[in-house]
Design a binder for this molecule. Structure first.
Ligand SMILES: C[S@@+](CC[C@H](N)C(=O)[O-])C[C@H]1O[C@@H](n2cnc3c(N)ncnc32)[C@H](O)[C@@H]1O
Length: 212
């Protein structure tokens, strides 16, 4: 059911996008996993950045730059994207793809374990007005806590894969990260500094406003 709904939404609301299709091809050609956000999730990211007027985005999990392009497309004027990625080679391809899309000068990649880079962003007193969490699921709660620390009041935090392909509501076989996502969703829904909702687009995205 979730798959059919997503196919329908993608077909009706997300017209063919040559540039993003090239990104997907480049990911395949480089033997990287096919785990970019869905077209509708990408479009939602663009719209959220645009609506919020965000200018300083932190992304956790770059892969080949698909979501990075979607985020940067939402900039209404100036804008900077900082993207954390474990793999040097992935960040390199993501930068190439962001450059093709015209955002090469607006993105900075920090490679290695995201937790270490998040700690150094805190130490350097960096602040962001938009966050996108899309890396290793076991660290989502740690990433959330870092994002709250790094957020300006009113910042948005978006996290992907929170439906775990429908398994959080028993719509498919349990996945490795089903219970992790259930717990993450509970934390996001009940956090005293967050006002949140889960949007069932793609593999599910939580969207939270940070209250400080
Ligand atoms: C789902 S993919 C990101 C997809 C990307 N956001 C997109 O939609 O285009 C997850 C990425 O997180 C990276 N990753 C996994 N564990 C990580 C870690 N501990 N620190 C930083 N990045 C990590 C992976 O290398 C992978 O590129």
């Amino acid at each position: 059911m979730m798959k059919e709904m997503n196919n329908y939404v993608d077909a009706v609301f997300c017209p063919q996008d040559g540039l993003l299709e090239e990104v997907i091809s480049s990911i395949n050609e480089n033997g990287m996993p096919a785990i970019s956000v869905s077209p509708s999730s990408g479009k939602l990211l663009t719209m959220l950045v645009s609506i919020s007027g965000a200018e300083n985005i932190l992304e956790i999990g770059a892969l080949g730059g698909y979501s990075g392009i979607c985020l940067a497309r939402g900039f209404t004027g100036k804008g900077n994207l900082t993207s954390l990625e474990l793999e040097e080679q992935y960040a390199k391809l993501a930068h190439q793809n962001l450059s093709k899309a015209g955002f090469g000068d607006q993105v900075t990649y920090m490679t290695g374990e995201a937790l270490g880079n998040l700690e150094s962003l805190v130490t350097n007193k960096k602040q962001f007005d938009f966050f996108f969490i899309d890396a290793d699921k076991g660290n989502y709660e740690n990433y959330l806590n870092y994002c709250i620390q790094l957020a300006v009041p009113g910042a948005l935090i978006v996290a992907d894969n929170v439906l775990a392909r429908g398994s959080v509501v028993g719509q498919s076989e349990p996945k490795r990260y089903t219970e992790t996502m259930k717990k993450f969703n509970f934390v996001v829904a009940n956090h005293f500094q967050l006002e949140s909702l889960l949007i069932p687009t793609g593999d599910g995205l939580t969207v939270s406003i940070v209250r400080k």
